[in-house]
Design a protein around this ligand. Sequence first.
Ligand SMILES: Nc1ncnc2c1ncn2[C@@H]1O[C@H](COP(=O)(O)OP(=O)(O)OP(=O)(O)O)[C@@H](O)[C@H]1O
Ligand SMILES: [Mg+2]
Length: 245
Amino acid sequence: MLELKEVTKYYGNKLAVERLTLHIPDGTLFAFIGPNGAGKTTTVKMLAGLLKPSSGEIIINGKNIINNSLEIKKIISYIPDQPFLYEKLSGKEFLNFIGQIYHLPEETLESQIARYVELFQMSEYIHQLIESYSLGMKQKLVIASSLLHHPRLLIVDEPLVGLDPANVRIVKQLFRQLVKEGITIFMSTHILSIAEEIADMIGVIHQGRLIAQGSFSQLKSLKKTSPSGGNLEDVFLLLCEECQT
Ligand SMILES: Nc1ncnc2c1ncn2[C@@H]1O[C@H](COP(=O)(O)OP(=O)(O)OP(=O)(O)O)[C@@H](O)[C@H]1O
Ligand SMILES: [Mg+2]
């Protein structure tokens, strides 16, 4: 579903992502982790087509995103780390607006909206203006809007920021369910316990370079942590420490 070949990105002469190569099969939940400034958001923006790589190739569903951007935009969804919302619309109006952008038939749109309003328990405020929403309410609305058109690839930058534990659980279960249905998810996150819990594959990026990848148990076997085995945080900190030296 998603392939990156030697993807490199410079901002001026600052190297942000260096020769990143990844192969993520259909129906995989991929968690991208790394310290602040490692290159996660830069990578995510390149996948979403918002930034052009300085060199290298990104292939989604067998097609290069540079030459097929419109076709690819129809099958992906991107949730940025700081989503933009039209504050003067109600939640329902916003979802209708997004559905219309994707030319969803009215019936499909209505049933999709009903599904997510129920799942995220948004019915009490869905008709209120977005400007009155809390951070978590906005985040739920953005996640719902990103799924209306049944994307095949969901690209998310820090999806769980601002969500309370009950909603974190709903999103975790939803992501696992989507992956079971065949959707591929590329998620950057700082919440390592969640990456450990729900990801099929984890990639660790440090100063723009991929320093490890694999399932949690594969990563764990790379590093000797505590005798009890250690968690992803232990493995992550050891990997990053090694790169500093
Ligand atoms: N627009 C920009 N212009 C110049 N440099 C940038 C720009 N955006 C990011 N960078 C630099 O690129 C590097 C990678 O940044 P990026 O935002 O991709 O990191 P990140 O892994 O998402 O970090 P965080 O965990 O803090 O979100 C950093 O050194 C950052 O300073
Ligand atoms: Mg970031």
